[in-house]
Design a protein around this ligand. Sequence first.
Ligand code: CDP
Ligand code: CDP
Length: 218
Amino acid sequence: MNLISIAIDGPAGAGKSTIAKRIAEIMNLLYIDTGAMYRAITLKLLNKNISFADKKMIEKILKNTKIQFINNCIFLDGINVNEEIRKPMINENVSKIAALPFVRERLVKLQRDIAKNNNVIMDGRDIGTRVLPDAKYKFFLTASINERAKRRFMELKEKGYDYSYDEIVKEITNRDKMDSERAFDPLKKAEDAILIDTTGKDIDEVINIILSKIRKIN
Ligand code: CDP
Ligand code: CDP
């Protein structure tokens, strides 16, 4: 059976999850938000007050953690944590956890297993380079830092959070820097990924570009 795999990578606020979700609906694919997986593990470690330097304990916790996607929501050990994992505390810590090679190894395996059995669109930082290097369709979305921060600002404002634009620029810049500079599977465009600069483009425009590229590749 020939399964479809679509990889979407890029920095924070590039529009990956919004666009991947919509393409999943249009093409009837399973959408996997790999960032949510790193966020969920981070939430569990913070809740349990585990030191990020305690490799043995983190490995033990990873073994005893269940992550599921149900109706595009992430469940951590059976509990829907979709909202909780987007909180500032997680933003501040997730890149530290995502830099740990044994955490990545575990989550990459889980992500590959899902792609072995389903038609998927997966978004993250290392999907095209590491998780699904053989994916037929790879996209790297980006946008200027100002545009990405503006999008996040609007999104958070709509949800009732009161962050300044400058705080958001700082948070995103820090996280992108850590994600790009880490030793293991850093945020990087795969050589064979199609680069789409979404600055000044709305969601429908980006979706149409991706769908037309997919038609061309086919
Ligand atoms: O939504 P946003 O783009 O801000 O972040 P996310 O996709 O939810 O990812 C949160 C964090 O998880 C990133 O900043 C990375 O540190 C990490 N991550 C990763 O290392 N590898 C992935 N495949 C996905 C996310
Ligand atoms: O997943 P990622 O961090 O790459 O970005 P996202 O969470 O999908 O998008 C961040 C925000 O930007 C959301 O509120 C989207 O609706 C919005 N967005 C936009 O206004 N224009 C785009 N071309 C893409 C996303």
